[in-house]
Design a protein around this ligand. Structure first.
Ligand SMILES: Cc1cc2nc3c(=O)[nH]c(=O)nc-3n(C[C@H](O)[C@H](O)[C@H](O)COP(=O)(O)OP(=O)(O)OC[C@H]3O[C@@H](n4cnc5c(N)ncnc54)[C@H](O)[C@@H]3O)c2cc1C
Length: 278
């Protein structure tokens, strides 16, 4: 049970993640495992996660450019110049880098940002497992099951149990244990928990292959919290850093992204009203 829990939290084999960071999750559940799971899964966005960005847009009146990859960030004089991979240059008084931890080192910073930040980014967080949703044929008993780390899914459960249909969900610790695009493998993985369950279709996404995330949710490997977190949060000149992967509390969660964003917004506000004129 413990290995399954710790594996899911770090979304990797348990020897990869920091014990201290595992304890942080436990602390966020008021030192109660069931409370932790309740905190992790009870609240969802009405209207889906997309509704959050729509609300932020309506409130902030800013421009969003999708499909615009930033390859360079240069600070010099009184401005920062950001270069996209299509060569477009954007100038600003300050910049917030809010890319996932695993992607920071893909951006060329001049002058370079600190070695601690770059090393932490290269080392990366542990989140590298699988998550799959599957539509079930007919009705089965509602279930929740924990399994060994080596199983294709070490945690599986009934996510939705509607009047006429069911959706099951499962986490695995590595794409090497389960090809989420192989229907037979997915079927067999759920059948380890529910032998009679039949799946009509499944959906997943391999975040490990996505060059702009290079992993799933963030948990730190041993030593990173004490050696790198404070530095990852530290602004460098006109460049500020934000994102769930460098939050203090719910690091690796949407809540952490909001916490970090709020803190960084305050830093920039202070910088632009005082620091920039110094
Ligand atoms: C499968 C899965 C399930 C999860 N479940 C939950 C959950 O139930 N609850 C929860 O709270 N959290 C969950 N999380 C974690 C949560 O999604 C993240 O912690 C959160 O989205 C991070 O927000 P962020 O704004 O810091 O980073 P992101 O949402 O990752 O945003 C960073 C953005 O930077 C972009 N980017 C990267 N590199 C570049 C570049 N060079 N130039 C321009 N853009 C770039 C990326 O494309 C991305 O859009 C889950 C994550 C995964 C993968």
């Amino acid at each position: 049970m413990l290995h399954s829990f710790a594996g899911i939290n770090g979304h990797s084999f348990t020897d990869k993640s920091s014990y201290l960071d595992q304890l942080r999750w436990y602390a966020l559940g008021d030192y109660d495992l069931w409370n932790m799971w309740d905190n992790l899964s009870r609240y969802r966005f009405a209207g889906g996660t997309k509704s959050l960005i729509e609300k932020m847009h309506a409130d902030g009146d800013f421009e969003t450019r999708l499909g615009t990859v930033i390859s360079k960030v240069h600070q010099g004089g009184d401005k920062v110049t950001v270069t996209t991979n299509r060569g477009e240059k954007i100038e600003a008084r300050s910049v917030v880098v809010a890319v996932p931890l695993n992607c920071i080192h893909d951006i060329e910073f001049s002058p370079s940002i600190s070695k601690i930040k770059l090393d932490a980014s290269r080392r990366g967080h542990t989140g590298s497992g699988t998550k799959v949703y599957a539509q079930v044929e007919g009705k089965n008993p509602v279930f929740m099951g924990h399994g060994k780390e080596s199983m294709p899914l070490c945690f599986a459960w009934t996510e939705y149990n509607d009047a006429r249909s069911q959706v099951v969900c499962g986490f695995g610790l590595s794409p090497s244990l389960l090809d989420v695009n192989d229907d037979d493998e997915v079927q067999a993985a759920f059948n380890q928990y529910m032998p009679r369950l039949r799946i009509s279709e499944s959906v997943s996404y391999d975040w490990n292959q996505d060059p702009y995330s290079k992993g799933t949710w963030c948990m730190y490997p041993p030593g990173m919290l004490t050696s790198s977190l404070a530095e990852l949060q530290r602004p460098e000149g006109k460049i500020f850093f934000a994102g769930a992967d460098i939050a203090n509390g719910w690091r690796g969660f949407i809540d952490g992204a909001i916490e970090s964003g709020a803190r960084t917004a305050t830093q920039i506000d202070e910088y632009l009203s005082v620091g920039a004129s110094e």
